[in-house]
Unconditional design. Structure first.
Length: 337
């Protein structure tokens, strides 16, 4: 097994004083060097890529302001000294600080669309993107006219829904004012100001009565055990957007208890719970959650119709009061920040 390289200032200084910048001339040179550098490190891939090569390609092309589908013939292009410096230091920062690439470059891709991101929001990576691109085929009877994106974060789900369903209006809800500022950047960037509406709300609390054809939610769902064992990269993301109590279901239980009140008769709830699907199944063994199978990988996403939510309303309601008491502490903490 090859020895892993750990970051330290002396190593970085030595590398910066080396002849690397002189030896590396083309995009291809930097891709090869970065690929080796990442392979020799202990960085974690979990924010869009799952291997060192794709990570190297994403960082290199993003730093150079080139599209991800740039013709590979351009890989032989020579780089300016300034470009080489930027690439060199970006790679050093990725390994040394374990900062995800999206936070270094302030851009991430979701559903084929480019989004601005910073450390006020989690990095887009939800498998729900596949459902959006497929138009929620098999889940919706008709094309949705009103969509609710609960816990919108960067606004990527809301904006992607607007692109996929050009006749729909989307409400983008989040408790965090910081997250909503990022969402507004992306809504404006994608010319969706007239159809995507950011709203600050503790889930449904600030929403007027409405009837949505579709509620999509990627809420915080990381349980205590997973939160303590996360790789260092995840600690750059806002804790508020990840943690959700001992079982990871604080917000999910509230959504289950209230969603039916905001859905049309044929409306559908789609919700991501990740690894906490284990807890959800254990606590609600009689509920027929539709666990979605993804062609491109991913799991932990379920759907329920309004009829199913109503049929299990008493069961969901029993869990709601305890969830409210815990979430009130989160709201108070957010207000202080």
């Amino acid at each position: 097994m090859s020895e892993k390289i750990n970051y330290n200032p002396e190593l970085v200084e030595e590398m910066q004083l080396s002849s690397s910048l002189e030896d590396l001339k083309t995009i291809q040179d930097f891709l090869r060097w970065m690929y080796s550098y990442f392979n020799a490190s202990d960085i974690f891939y979990g924010h869009g890529q799952d291997n060192a090569w794709d990570e190297a390609v994403q960082l290199t092309l993003s730093v150079l302001h080139l599209p991800q589908d740039v013709p590979t013939a351009l890989y032989s292009s020579n780089l300016t000294y300034y470009e080489k410096q930027k690439l060199f230091h970006a790679a050093i920062q990725r390994v040394g600080t374990r900062t995800p690439i999206a936070y270094l470059t302030h851009n991430a891709w979701f559903c084929g669309l480019e989004f601005y991101v910073d450390e006020r929001v989690i990095i887009p990576r939800s498998p729900i993107g596949e459902l959006i691109q497929d138009g929620f085929t098999g889940l919706l009877k008709d094309e949705p006219k009103r969509i609710l994106d609960m816990c919108t974060g960067s606004g990527c789900i809301a904006v992607a829904c607007a692109a996929r369903f050009p006749q729909a209006e989307i409400d983008a809800i989040d408790l965090s004012p910081d997250a909503l500022q990022v969402a507004e950047i992306n809504i404006e960037r994608h010319n969706a100001l007239h159809r995507v509406f950011p709203i600050q709300s503790d889930l449904f609390s600030a929403l007027p009565p409405d009837q949505y054809n579709l509620i999509v939610s990627n809420p915080p769902y990381v349980d205590e055990e997973d939160l303590q064992q996360m790789p260092a990269e995840f600690y750059h993301e806002p804790t508020m957007a990840l943690e959700a109590g001992q079982d990871g279901l604080i917000l999910v239980k509230r959504i289950l208890a209230q969603a039916a009140d905001y859905l049309t008769d044929n409306g559908v709830l789609v919700c991501e719970v990740g690894n906490s699907m284990v807890h959800l199944i254990e606590q609600f063994p009689t509920v027929a959650f539709n666990w979605i199978q993804f062609k491109q990988g991913g799991d932990g996403v379920f759907s329920l119709t309004k009829a199913q939510l109503l049929a299990n309303a008493a069961l969901f309601e029993a869990y709601k009061s305890s969830a409210f008491s815990i979430i009130s502490n989160r709201t108070a903490s957010s207000d202080r920040e």
